[in-house]
Design a protein around this ligand. Structure first.
Ligand code: UDP
Length: 238
């Protein structure tokens, strides 16, 4: 049955590290399957879902360039890492009977679709989960910026950022038990206090396009569905 939700179309952003589970590197198939299940429960509510997955579990441009690699080359490697994660998520979702498309900002026709905005919108209308890969296609950006860009382009109502904690805190809640969680926080305060929700360019882009960011815990089973139905704890950056 359909649970009440006020959302018709959302974008789910997860980091590459969310797919790592207990591993130190790469993909943990049971964790990928669990997140796919979370996506399915929201898809079953009739919500149209776009996804952006990071690549940090495989490669990060900044660490590559710190090891002497040219920054742009390292960033392209990071973008390719996100394509691998997107394909893993596609496979897990299709295993649950959900129709999906992986759509890459860097064309690689044998592997997935190139990004064509109108075509992607059509997929969403047909209830296909669209997994946007290769970030923005540009070095010096992150997948948080890509998530904000795609959410705006797809007219999503909000970005749901699944993390390890249930919202935005004034201090790291894993280190400081007295840390306070915000129910709501403004884009400007996130930037000013350096709250580490997303990088500054992503927050600024969200602010300029009035795209709300809902930060919630992806570790909570059924959490994504609950948040969409207005339950559980989370922070809205607005
Ligand atoms: N990246 C990039 N341009 C983009 C998106 C990503 O160059 O538009 C590269 C960048 O090197 C980044 C890597 O891809 O370090 C992986 O993405 P990200 O760090 O955002 O992944 P996450 O931290 O979410 O796992």
């Amino acid at each position: 049955q359909r649970a009440a939700t006020t959302y018709d179309r959302v974008l789910l952003k997860i980091s590459g590290e969310a797919l790592m589970g207990s591993l130190a590197y790469g993909l943990h198939p049971p964790t990928v399957a669990r997140i796919a299940q979370e996506v399915k429960t929201v898809h079953d509510m009739g919500v149209e879902i776009a996804m952006v997955i990071g690549g940090g579990n495989i490669f990060r441009g900044l660490s590559g360039s710190a090891q002497g690699m040219e920054r742009t080359t390292a960033d392209y490697m990071g973008m390719l890492a996100t394509v691998m994660n997107a394909l893993a998520m596609q496979s897990a979702l299709e295993g649950l009977g959900i129709h999906t498309r992986v759509i890459s900002a860097i064309p690689m026709d044998q592997v997935c679709e190139p990004y064509i905005r109108r075509r992607a919108v059509r997929h969403l209308e047909k209830k296909r989960v669209c997994i946007f890969a290769a970030g923005t296609g540009n070095p010096y950006f992150t997948t948080d910026t890509a998530a904000t860009l795609r959410a705006a382009e797809m007219s999503c109502e909000a970005i749901f950022k699944g993390t390890k904690v249930d919202g935005v805190y004034d201090m790291d809640p894993k280190k400081f038990p007295e840390a306070k969680r915000y129910d709501r926080v403004s884009y400007d305060e996130v930037l000013l206090q350096n709250l580490g929700v997303m990088d500054a360019s992503a927050i600024a882009l969200a602010r300029d396009n009035r795209m709300p960011i809902v930060v919630f815990s992806l570790d909570e089973p059924g959490g994504f569905r609950g948040i969409l139905a207005g339950q559980g704890t989370y922070t809205i950056v607005h």
